[in-house]
Design a protein around this ligand. Sequence first.
Ligand code: PBG
Length: 327
Amino acid sequence: MELIYRPRRLRTSDTLRRMVRETRVSKESLIYPLFVVEGKDIMEEITSMEGQYRYSVDQLPVILDRLLHAGVGKILLFGIPAHKDIYGSQAYDQDGIVQRAIRLIREQYPGFYIVTDVCMCEYTSHGHCGILDGEYVDNDRTLEYLNMIALSHAAAGAHMVAPSDMMDGRIGSMRAALDGAGFVNVPIMAYSAKYASAFYGPFREAAGSAPAFGDRKSYQMDYHNRKEALKEVELDVAEGADLVMIKPALSYLDIIREVADRHDLPVAAYSVSGEYSMIKAASKAGFVDEEKVVCESAVSIYRAGADILITYYAIELARYMDEGKIG
Ligand code: PBG
């Protein structure tokens, strides 16, 4: 055969295959989601997320040391308060669970980069992501509360805030609030395209944040839609988002690609709880090879255009990168 092109020629050795790789990954771009719970001496496994735990503030060093050792220096903090009310008041309390966790980490682990999830569903008695008007989440009133939450996180020492509520206008309003309080250098990572997804199921068990009635479809996006995601991203960029996030990741690779192609700012993807738990369960049953599936799915998210990956598998992925399994 007189073939001009033989694509297999570049696949003849491991050395060559590694040389011509198109997607490069690094530990610098990994963020690990971390659940902090009220109480003392608590490190309890999350039933629906084997290998993931809720930690009380005093137990945080257990996971922070593991992360440090693995070379993962970035966390996304979620708080699980003891007390919930209709205003989610523990979310913006200076002595709230997240605020205390931030202060401990800043004091004892100054090398960590702390991103905080800014939302109300873990803190409200009804489990919705804002202030209710009847059964509807009141957009504009919720913005005031989100601002208070973001400000309290920044005041406690958060490096970056990540609003995950999906209210309209929250980025502009939060930027103004942060700037007004002197936090001009606290970036906002907007959960811009956040879909109403069944893949959040295990998280809601982890955080005790399932809505008491109804669902989140009046604020999170319908998964049939693509243009709507682009619109959401456009609005967040126009309002001053520093980074945008797509969530979940694996079922939304098309959206990640399109956002990465259209926008110049960094794109994060959140590989959510259900994605983690599905791989765990399937590998535990012996149906797939956990390590290989974790590597392949993480690389596919980067290949789709993500610059940053938020994942419960961050520690394992860091090891696979060290071992040269992906790179
Ligand atoms: C809202 C929030 C959720 C997740 C991150 N932030 C839950 C939701 O919207 O119901 C889900 C993350 C995951 O599933 O891993 N505070």
